[in-house]
Design a protein around this ligand. Structure first.
Ligand SMILES: C[S@@+](CC[C@H](N)C(=O)[O-])C[C@H]1O[C@@H](n2cnc3c(N)ncnc32)[C@H](O)[C@@H]1O
Length: 208
């Protein structure tokens, strides 16, 4: 999503965090039971707000990405699962490289599993000469109808069963074409696009 129309920070929520309101609320709601990560209930468990291993990665990428913390968290966690399977990883829409770096860190961390794979990164140049047969995960962050449609046409047939596509712009009013492209493409396919509260859309390829 273009930088100038990113969602504004939720100042009211930030003020509640700082005041200790959520800590107290969590303690009361848990009826005195010990809550792991009690600080991260704001009001629901929000690991993107400080879970240590995510925080370490996010600090490296945050100045280079338009994607918010929660969206980066969805990327990291879905990719972690996808990397159990074979197949290459794609990102379409790299811009300054923030989410691409996040993906590179995850792919690198999984490389000891001895699965041969590549991370393919695209930003506004033709898809030429690619020899890719299997894709396990793809991040589509290209804003506009035609680009999202082209990405689906190339990636979907190569996506393995259980493989995932994450569409960044699906729920943003600034990118109506992104949602239109996803809904049109999957209207006649078995997969159901799942709109997330982050504004992203998760698509998991069916096994049939
Ligand atoms: C919102 S930005 C990507 C943000 C990035 N993922 C980040 O971490 O901040 C969208 C990018 O998509 C690229 N783009 C648009 N259409 C494209 C296409 N057909 N193929 C590849 N990239 C495209 C644009 O050049 C732009 O850099």
């Amino acid at each position: 999503m273009p930088a100038e129309i990113q969602a504004p920070p939720n100042l009211f929520r930030e003020a509640l965090v700082r005041s200790g309101y959520f800590k107290l609320r969590t303690k009361l709601a848990a009826h005195g039971l010990e809550m792991p990560d009690a600080d991260l209930y704001r009001p629901l468990f929000s690991p993107w707000d400080g879970e240590p291993s995510f925080e370490k990665d996010y600090r490296l990428v945050k100045d280079h990405t338009l994607c918010s913390r929660d969206r980066c968290y969805i990327l990291k966690m879905t990719l972690r699962q996808a990397l159990i399977s074979q197949g290459d990883v794609f990102e379409c829409g790299v811009f300054r490289g923030g989410t691409a770096l996040l993906e590179a860190i995850a792919v690198d961390a999984s490389s000891s599993r001895k699965v041969e794979r590549r991370l393919h990164l695209f930003d506004s140049f033709p898809f030429v000469g690619l020899q890719v047969s299997k894709i396990c995960w793809a991040h589509i962050d290209v804003d506009i109808y035609q680009s999202v449609r082209d990405c689906i046409q190339y990636i979907y047939p190569k996506l393995i069963p259980g493989g995932m596509m994450i569409f960044d712009d699906y729920g943003f009013p600034s990118c109506p074409g992104a949602r239109r492209a996803v809904d049109a493409a999957f209207a006649s396919l078995p997969e159901v696009p799942l709109c997330l509260p982050t504004g992203q859309c998760l698509l998991i390829k069916c096994a049939v």
